[in-house]
Write a protein that binds this ligand. Sequence first.
Ligand code: SAM
Length: 289
Amino acid sequence: MEKLSNPKRTIEVIQKYHFDFQKKFGQNFLIDSHVLEKIIDAAHITKDDFVLEIGPGIGTMTQYLSEHAGAVLAVEIDHNLIPILHDTLSGYDNVEVLNDDILKVDIGKIAQEKNKGKPIKVVANLPYYITTPIIMGLFEKNVPMDSLTVMVQKEVAQRMQAGPGTKDYGALSLAVQFYAEPYIVANVPPNCFMPRPKVGSAVIRLTRYQEMPVKVKNEKLMFSIIRASFNQRRKTLQNGINNSGSLNFSKEQVVEALEKMELSPTIRGEALSLEQFARLSDLLEELKG
Ligand code: SAM
């Protein structure tokens, strides 16, 4: 089967199968071979790798992945795309297509069964409406993973990579950076997709830490503190924590913890690093007794 990575071939396939794009599934197919090559390069895929592709669409990137990886599992929610994928991927014998919702698939179990529990690589042009649940789901469920190389909305990529004190820094930056090192590989304009999305896109690689760089006693508490701190961006960290419905710390406890860290009681959440949030969480837990 001829490569799909150009507008002409994509239109041919879509017309042959009378395929209708489903907005609700975030369907914007890649039609630019340079972008596809960049993604494959950035993902450092070798014949030793088991790759999970989320949302293969008509199989454009899947063809590239199949040529570079040992094996590919492509999970696609839209059943109308399955006969198309069987056609476009018929010449590739190391690809399996699964018709399912990625948020409902037990990827940890699949990695265990198909890759003997060894770390997999995730590569995807993600459906933007569920970018965060997909990425955080893979991290939080401890799926054995080397890296995720994904196309996301440009602003989301910038938030994932942002550091303290910048306008894009927030709960998503900290959640991602707790598990992985982010690196924005490329910005991708709307004309590289069919149909064109209304937003700019970026490819980001998240390299999973094999050993967590930040230790915290109670992860759940730390992330509740982080969320509370960024809920009211303009307010102080102390106000954010005290105004949150779910955290039960007194004003004095928060101020005492901040003092122990030699931080001002009026500091804002956006000034704290991940290490500092971890320390704050440990101190608050201690103070609560
Ligand atoms: N990989 C293709 C490409 O680059 O041309 C298509 C990418 S398109 C942005 C996103 C794909 O994810 C679509 O094929 C869509 O149907 C699929 N998708 C959307 N929600 C999904 C879900 N919950 N589980 C699996 N696939 C999903």
